[in-house]
Design a protein around this ligand. Structure first.
Ligand code: UT7
Length: 323
């Protein structure tokens, strides 16, 4: 039996930091409002000329170094992004070339904030079917380029960043103590297209557009759907919430993270939270949080990690991994 084992993770955050107080100088908001409603204190913003592919490449280099494998052994690269460098080719193609990957396949997936779970799900299937042996998955975003900086209801919520993971198909005993991806569950419901979207695009307006969101509606759906899909992923892995060591959620809002944890009856000590310093980095938020918890020693070999995310569409999903 094969399992997709995570060999290493890496992350990258742009140097520039934008605090709530910085934002309050340009839009009608306050540090207190942002912290109280979201838990966010600051976010990173890509420099002029720094592209999604640059962020993705830096995170990928670090993940590859952590995995300890040569880049040219990777035969699958999946980049999750809703802020690609160009309409086409896939941003993954640029990253593939920069990494020196000369075989296999590279492509983008678009599942907005659920992008990392989607990339993990697709990579897992490639690895388990034998179509690839070593996969690199990346979540990378430059949301600063699609924010309406005059709209206080959205511009305070997002940041830029990237995170990546290298996975390898490995033989496992199948005895219930396997390391690797234990389960992935995903859903979408396109009836909610207008709840969170970008009001531009090649086919519709020939402009990049700006992010628009019905915040309260998204919030309501998020708590219910994330708790439900996390429950499904746990059940598929044959685990109870009490067997989870770490919840690494998509980082959109601290209130959503806490509400989902409460529904799963997970104590605060098991939550990995970065939204306070990163804000919502969409597909990058889970791998960014993973890297933080690995590097500070919280996530250790053998730990069971539950991930969950929801994004525009809506599309949502959850994965369980034994580290
Ligand atoms: O990653 C994809 C998933 N995205 C999410 O999960 C986001 C989900 N939604 C949320 O996190 C929350 O709904 C928000 C953080 C976006 C908003 O929080 P809320 O508690 O739902 O606030 P609200 O939208 O109901 O706004 C409350 C008030 C309004 O004023 P009035 O109408 O009560 O006078 C807003 O105009 O807060 C006002 N407001 C602000 N005030 C200061 C909205 N944005 C701001 C702001 N600063 N930045």
């Amino acid at each position: 039996m094969l399992r997709s084992r995570i060999l290493g993770c890496g992350a990258y955050l742009p140097e520039k930091v934008l605090t709530n107080d910085d934002l309050a100088e340009t839009v009608d908001t306050s540090n207190d409002w942002i912290i109280e409603r979201t838990g966010i204190t600051r976010r990173h913003i890509a420099a002029d000329g720094e592209l999604t592919s640059d962020l993705a490449f830096s995170a990928a280099e670090r993940a590859i170094a952590a995995a300890g494998i040569p880049a040219n052994e990777i035969d699958l690269l999946i980049l999750a992004t809703s802020t690609p460098d160009n309409t086409f080719p896939a941003t993954a193609a640029k990253v593939q070339a920069r990494l020196g990957m000369r075989h296999g396949v590279a492509f983008d997936v678009q599942a907005v904030c659920a992008g990392f779970i989607c990339a993990l799900s697709v990579a897992d299937k490639f690895l388990l079917s034998g179509q690839a042996r070593i996969a690199l998955i990346i979540g990378a975003e430059t949301y600063s380029r699609i924010l309406d900086w005059n709209d206080r209801s959205t511009c305070v919520l997002f940041g830029d960043g990237a995170g990546a993971a290298v996975l390898r198909a490995e033989e496992s005993a199948g005895n219930g103590a396997d390391r690797g991806v234990l389960s992935v569950k995903m859903h979408s419901d396109g009836r909610n297209y207008d709840a969170l979207y970008v009001d531009g695009g090649v086919s519709s307006s020939q402009t990049a557009g700006h992010l628009r969101m019905k915040g309260k509606e998204v919030y309501r759906h998020a708590v219910v759907k994330l708790a439900a899909v996390a429950g499904e992923a746990l059940q598929a892995a044959g685990l109870a919430p009490g067997e989870i060591d770490w919840l690494v959620p998509h980082q959109a809002n601290l209130r959503i993270i806490n509400a989902v944890a409460q529904r799963l009856e997970l104590p605060a000590e098991k939550l990995v939270v970065t939204v306070d310093r990163h804000a919502n980095t969409s597909s990058a938020s889970i791998p960014l949080a993973l890297v933080e918890a690995i590097e500070d020693g919280r996530i250790k070999s053998g730990d069971v990690v539950l991930m969950e995310a929801i994004g525009g569409g809506f599309v949502w999903g959850s994965a369980v991994v034994r580290w």
